[in-house]
Structures are given as C-alpha cells and as structure tokens.
Ligand binder design. Structure first.
Ligand SMILES: Nc1nc2c(c(=O)[nH]1)N[C@H]1C(S)=C(S)[C@@H](COP(=O)(O)O)O[C@H]1N2
Ligand SMILES: [Mo]
Length: 425
C-alpha cells in the first residue's frame, strides 16, 4: 500500500481529536521516518517488515507460507507461527539449493549409507535406525545462515529473507556418534561428508548438481548431532528432509542435511563449492567486516560452521497491525535463542531502546531451543512508540544496535524493533 494511503487510514483510526498527539506525542520517540506510515518494503530502513515480501503459497504438507523462490523451493514462515515456542511442522520454513527435490521416498528400499574410509562401511534401513539405536529427543532451533539477510546494508545477493527462515522443533532420532561407531572411522579420515537425495542438473562435480557439506572429524558439532526421524513427534514433512535429516545443535542450518542418505569418510578435505567459497564468513569478531575490506582481498574467510549461532530475540506480538489502547495492558511477547549458551535474560524497551525492563521467561526446553518471553505493558499515553527486544545468553553475549555486514549476508542479530500506535480510549 502507498505510504500516504496507510497514513490516511491511521489518521482516520486515530480520529481528529488525537491529531495533535500524533504530530507531537508526549512519550513516543518519533523520527522523521517513523512519523510517516510503515514503509512497504522489507529491506533496510528504520523498522523493516518482519517477514520478506512474497506470495503466500501452499506446498504439499504445508500451510500457506511466503515463497521466495520455486526452483529451488524457498518458503518463509509467517510471523504469527512464532507465538508458539515449537514451530508447527506445517508452517516450518523450507530452503533448498537444488531444483530436483524428492516427492516420495520408498522406505522399503531407502538406506542410510556410510561409505568411504570407514572400517566397516554400512547400510542401515529406516527400521534398523529406529530399532537398533537408542532414541534421543532434543529441542533445537534450525536457522538459515541467511535469516534476515534483507536487513544488511549495503544489501548483498542471496535469498532476501525476513526473519522467518528459522524454526524450533523437538527432534527425535539417533546420535550420529552411535551410527559412526558402528561403522568405525578409519585412521587417516579428515572429514565426514553428508549428502541427501536432492539434486540438480549438469555434471556431478558442479555446484548445480549436488549439495555436499563436510565437517572435520574432530569438530565438536559431530558429537552433538542427531540423525532425526521425527519432528515434533511426527514423521518429517518431505520438504524438511523425510525420512531423516541431520540436526546440529547450535549450528546454522547449512549443516542440517535433509534426506540424509550418504555419510562419507574422506581422506582429503572437501573443497566443493558449498564448502568454499559458499557459506564462508570473515574470521573476525562476530563475522563482521566491510565492503571495502572485502574489496581489498585482505579478509581471511572461514566456514560458517566455525561459529555457533549468535543470540537473537524477536517481537511476535504486538505486530503493529492494530493499535493498542492507552491504559489497557498489552502483552509484548516473542522468542529468543542462542547457539552459544542458554538464554539467560530477555529485556524489553518501549522507548526505542533508551530504557529496558526484564521480561518474564517461559519454560526452559533446553539450551538450543527457543525460549518464550512475555512482558505486560500498559501504555500510559496515546501516541507512537517503538518497542525493542534484546536477549543475553549464559555465556554473556548480548544483542546490540550494530548491524553485522559480510558478503554472504550471514549472522544478522541486531536488536529487533516494532512500531506501535496507542490510541486514547
Ligand atoms: N539435502 C539438503 N539439505 C539441506 C539443504 C539442501 O539444500 N539440501 N539446505 C540446508 C540449508 S542452507 C538450510 S537453511 C536448511 C533448511 O531446512 P528446512 O528446509 O527444513 O527448513 O536445510 C539445510 N539442509
Ligand atoms: Mo540456509
């Protein structure tokens, strides 16, 4: 909608009597931008839209989600599904790199293959995975490295995600370590490579053909990883990796191989496109750099798997779509998480980050899960307010006003904001 149309509607809602308040509100922090209506653009700006802009499209086993691209399939989860701490399977985001993704998998013939430099190369059926290994369940956030990429300034190429390229689920499966022990990693193995059933066109050594991710054998992430066959207590949706996927607590989703069917023990480091140059971040504090530094060619890069996901928090309600009322309590709520430790504290601001109040945390579902929070706020005056939220994790990391920049558009975790209008009763 055109900004001035939005503004007219807003003025109609406020009524003529409130006009002076809108122009000069007592408490609200109003900049030249925020006094006009919300911008109808997802990208950088004072307070961009929460989700990306795109059509709502239904795919098999999915509610209408926001489509970024169709080949490969990329679907973003709309904001309202984060009212729950566990993201419904039917609303869980979808991200692929390759256009040909499986529509069905025959469990009678499907096998998880451990091949390459193992002492006892293995083939495991779905039934063997379920019956022969001890099941574990973990609550873990799956977040795309490029979640919120549309916020970066200057903008970078890649999927222009809003905040909905993430989700939290209870994952049930078997420890990767238990399966690896059965095969026995031979001496001289340097990395393990993971591959699913999706593929593309062209020669098999081209990035368009296969999505391959590898991890050093000594990497601690392998010890935490789970091969999941249930998601929130049900079979995985096809688009989220049926029949099994890798779950890597604390790490970005690029390592969470869907339809996991091949685990390869490699004697040489994997140099394929998806390891290098793709999914690399500057080896700087917070993965932060500048376009100038990148242009100079002096920035050392490393795989994004070298870091754990930074702490983030989100405002789910209020979402700015309806006014609040002066003197009536409103619940500010959302979710927070960190790959670097437990969520220790969530604070809410109703004055654009000038002062902060501690929010009440919801149930603790585990270190790597979303943690819900609520804060009841009774707006004292009519006007326009800017809400903000910031989380701190148990290792002392906290969100700041700084927006990270790197050429891949990864690691965004700036303090989130939401504009709200308060009417007099
Ligand atoms: N087989 C396969 N697994 C994959 C990918 C892929 O393209 N193919 N993409 C990865 C990336 S980058 C992301 S963000 C997550 C997305 O998981 P989801 O589609 O279940 O939300 O899957 C990961 N696992
Ligand atoms: Mo991703």
């Amino acid at each position: 909608m055109h900004p001035s149309a939005n503004r007219r509607r807003l003025l109609a809602l406020l009524g003529a009597g409130s006009l002076p308040l809108l122009a000069r509100p007592a408490l609200a922090v109003v900049s030249a931008q925020t006094e006009t209506a919300q911008q109808d653009f997802t990208g950088p700006g004072a307070n961009p839209y929460w989700n990306s802009v795109g059509p709502y499209v239904s795919y098999p086993q999915k509610l209408p989600l926001i489509r970024l691209t169709d080949r490969p399939i990329q679907l973003e989860t709309p904001r309202q599904y984060f009212r729950e701490v566990f993201t419904p399977n039917s609303a869980f985001f979808v991200r692929y790199h390759l256009p040909q993704t499986p529509n069905e998998v025959d469990l009678a013939t499907w096998r998880l293959r451990l091949e390459g430099h193992f002492e006892r190369p293995l083939e495991l059926s779905f039934e063997q995975l379920i019956r022969e290994f001890k099941p574990v369940t973990v609550a873990v956030v799956n977040q795309c490295s490029g979640n919120s990429r549309s916020r970066l300034q200057p903008r970078v190429p890649g999927g222009q995600w809003g905040n909905g390229a993430m989700g939290n689920a209870q994952w049930t499966g078997v420890r990767l370590q238990d399966v690896l022990e059965r095969a026995g990693i031979s001496k001289g193995t340097v990395q393990l490579q993971f591959e699913g059933l999706d593929h593309g066109v062209g020669a098999p050594d081209k990035p368009e053909a296969r999505f391959l991710k590898s991890v050093d054998v000594g990497d601690a992430m392998l010890g935490r990883a789970v091969i999941a066959y249930l998601m929130n207590g049900e079979a995985l949706p096809m688009l989220n990796g049926f029949p099994v996927r890798l779950v890597v607590p604390g790490k970005f989703a690029t390592y969470w191989t869907k339809h996991l069917s091949f685990i390869r023990a490699l004697t040489e480091p994997d140099t394929n496109f998806w390891m290098n140059p793709a999914y690399r971040i500057p080896a700087t504090a917070g993965g932060d750099t500048t376009p100038q530094a990148i242009a100079s060619g002096q920035v050392k890069m490393q795989p994004i798997g070298a870091v754990d996901m930074p702490v983030r928090s989100f405002i789910v309600d209020p979402d700015g779509s309806a006014p609040l009322v002066r003197g009536l309590p409103a619940v500010i709520r959302g979710v927070a998480f960190s790959g670097q430790g437990r969520v220790a504290r969530v604070e809410v601001s109703t004055d654009d980050g000038r002062s902060w109040r501690r929010a009440t945390l919801g149930d603790d579902h585990g270190v790597y899960s979303f943690r819900g929070y609520t804060h009841v706020w009774t707006p004292p005056q009519a006007g326009r307010y800017v809400l903000a939220v910031r989380a701190t994790d148990s290792s002392g990391h906290t969100q700041t006003e700084h927006g990270v920049w790197n050429p891949g558009g990864y690691l965004w975790n700036r303090i989130e904001r939401q504009d709200v209008v308060v009417l007099s009763a």
